[in-house]
Ligand binder design. Structure first.
Ligand SMILES: NC(=O)C1=CN([C@@H]2O[C@H](COP(=O)(O)OP(=O)(O)OC[C@H]3O[C@@H](n4cnc5c(N)ncnc54)[C@H](OP(=O)(O)O)[C@@H]3O)[C@@H](O)[C@H]2O)[C@@H](O)CC1
Ligand SMILES: Nc1ncnc2c1ncn2[C@@H]1O[C@H](COP(=O)(O)OP(=O)(O)O)[C@@H](O)[C@H]1O
Ligand SMILES: [K+]
Length: 497
């Protein structure tokens, strides 16, 4: 897992690296600029691309100047530089890079307060106006320049962070920023990239290693950790020789009502395809034919039969499409003390009966989307506040709260908040959450501790969606199709020995 840093911690890591390694600040800037250029050249391999690099006079601007020089050295002949001279101050590294740039043929135009800004004719703009040194909202000439660049309608590639965007997670809704198509960020993604309020500023981000001291970074205190594929490799257990269905647990999905049976089928399908040894479905009798037709591997269980069967299940997932059958949640809580997965209608029921939340088995996994979360824990104006509440409630209630979004936040009882990096907007369609519930239940049934089950399910759910969107070119990924992609996603990540 990678620790996500605040802007202040990044400066600390910067300082520490310079003090303890034989590398000068200007060379660190050169590393960063080289790393930027490597990714930029993959994005825009045509060396005839006309590129305008807009620089401030701090270190972000210093990066921009070095990038201009490096692109020119790589035979990009149409590079031009603008320098925004709206501040008296310039950093030492900026000054060094200006001097270096004057030894090249690259045209440089400087703009002072009130200067008119010419039309932008280049094909791509690199934004190196302000970086993580931002300490107030944009205004005056800075704001005018940022709006001018956005209005040019050209693809923008931001250096480290789009100008105007705060690095940390607390983001006011209305602050103007550069609207970047790509952000090439140094060493770590900024925390703000994972919050929906940054959607206008960041379309896609890439992270490049610039050589900051990793052991130092990983010791810095942070509540936020980014899940990586190596975590999944560590957690996931391949299926064993001589194992049988009993090895992989018996999962129960309590879901569906007369008109919402699809949700139950999706959750059961996901549970089956995620490797539960046995899957049982407690659905209404009207759904039996559909269950047999669509998922013959899944067993049916009536509400009455449940009364004598609770002990047979290794894990229970409850809620998708449960509708009027919601009293089953209380039955379930009365009879099982194992961590369970609580989703959808079961969450709504909890928000109407808040006293019940305390009675959930410890380390149960709650999977609210934004609206379900706010119904349960109160309205929130920003995602930062919502994530803070998730963190506090996960600790107070000793539950795992999966706050679902493009980047799902996994708030753990120990106060850590894990961020899942996989998934994409092709997955934004009904039933996707039901699939996640099925996956979570399957991993609990297979004996993964709840924290590991949460990490595995979120990561693989998103990774399956990414495979379909990226490798198979699907613009929209229906939930049913995602289920079918689960086994091959496992297979690709963990090839059998
Ligand atoms: N850390 C690393 O690992 C490495 C970092 N590197 C690079 O350094 C970048 C950070 O550089 P930085 O600290 O010089 O700040 P930067 O963003 O250029 O701002 C400059 C000055 O602008 C000002 N200012 C602030 N807000 C403002 C506003 N709204 N409107 C107007 N002015 C505003 C403020 O000065 P003040 O106004 O407070 O005097 C601030 O000091 C980082 O993003 C990365 O690109 C790499 O080179 C290599 C290694
Ligand atoms: N833009 C997106 N990028 C990645 N994942 C997404 C995106 N939109 C939705 N998802 C995922 O799809 C699921 C949606 O859950 P939910 O809203 O409960 O769906 P439903 O109730 O229709 O089953 C979540 O796991 C969420 O992370
Ligand atoms: K920038």
């Amino acid at each position: 897992m990678k620790t996500i840093l605040t802007a202040a911690q990044t400066r600390e890591a910067d300082r520490y690296t310079i003090e303890t390694t034989p590398i000068a600040s200007i060379d660190l800037m050169e590393n960063a600029s080289l790393a930027f250029v490597t990714v930029f050249m993959q994005l825009y391999p045509d060396k005839n691309t006309q590129v305008l690099i807009c620089c401030g006079t701090g270190n972000n601007g210093g990066d921009g100047l070095a990038i201009a020089r490096l692109l020119q050295e790589h035979s990009y002949d149409g590079v031009a530089v603008w320098i925004a001279r709206f501040s008296e101050r310039e950093s030492d590294e900026f000054a060094t890079n200006v001097a270096r740039l004057y030894n090249t043929p690259i045209p440089i135009t400087e703009f002072f307060t009130g200067d008119e800004l010419p039309a932008i004719r280049q094909r791509v703009v690199i934004d190196a106006l302000l970086g993580s040194g931002l300490n107030k909202p944009l205004q005056g000439d800075w704001l005018r320049m940022v709006e001018h660049i956005n209005q040019a309608g050209k693809p923008i590639v931001a250096v480290d962070i789009p100008t105007g965007l705060r690095a940390d997670g607390m983001l006011p809704q209305e602050e103007p920023t550069i609207q970047a198509h790509h952000v090439i960020s140094f060493q770590r993604p900024k925390l703000s990239f994972f919050f929906p309020e940054s959607a206008n500023a960041v379309e896609r981000f890439h992270v490049v290693d610039i050589g900051l001291n990793e052991p130092f970074i990983e010791k810095l205190p942070s509540d936020f950790k980014l899940i990586e594929s190596s975590d999944i490799q560590q957690i996931y257990r391949n299926r064993k020789p001589f194992s049988h269905k009993g090895t992989y647990g018996h999962a129960l999905i309590i879901a569906g009502d007369t008109n919402t049976l699809g949700a139950a089928l999706l959750a059961c399908g996901a549970c089956l395809y995620s490797g539960a040894g046995l899957t049982s479905a407690c659905i209404p009798p009207t759904g039996l034919t559909a269950l047999n037709a669509h998922l013959p591997e899944v067993m049916y269980c009536t509400e009455e039969e449940l009364l004598t069967m609770w002990d047979r299940f290794d894990a229970i997932g409850i809620g998708p499409g449960l509708g009027q059958r919601i009293s089953l949640l209380e039955d379930c809580m009365a009879h099982t003390h194992k961590p369970m997965v609580v989703d959808a209608d079961a969450l709504t029921f909890l928000s109407q009966n808040k006293g019940l939340v305390d009675g959930l088995p410890k380390h149960s996994i709650l999977t609210p989307h934004m609206k379900e979360f706010d119904r349960l824990f109160g309205a929130h104006d920003s995602w930062w506040d919502r994530v803070q509440t998730a963190r506090e409630q996960a600790m107070a209630l000793q539950l795992i709260i999966l706050l679902k979004n493009q980047y799902t936040f996994i708030a753990l009882p120990d106060g850590n908040v894990l961020i899942n990096p996989t998934g994409n907007p092709a997955m934004a369609s009904g039933g996707m959450g039901d699939v996640l519930t099925g996956m979570l239940t399957a991993f609990l049934a297979q004996g993964y501790p709840p924290r590991d089950a949460a990490i595995l399910a979120c990561y693989l759910h998103g990774a399956a969606g990414d495979r379909l969107a990226t490798d198979s070119g699907m613009a929209v990924v229906p939930a049913r199709q995602l289920i079918q992609a689960i086994p091959s996603t496992f297979g690709n990540l963990f090839p059998p020995h």
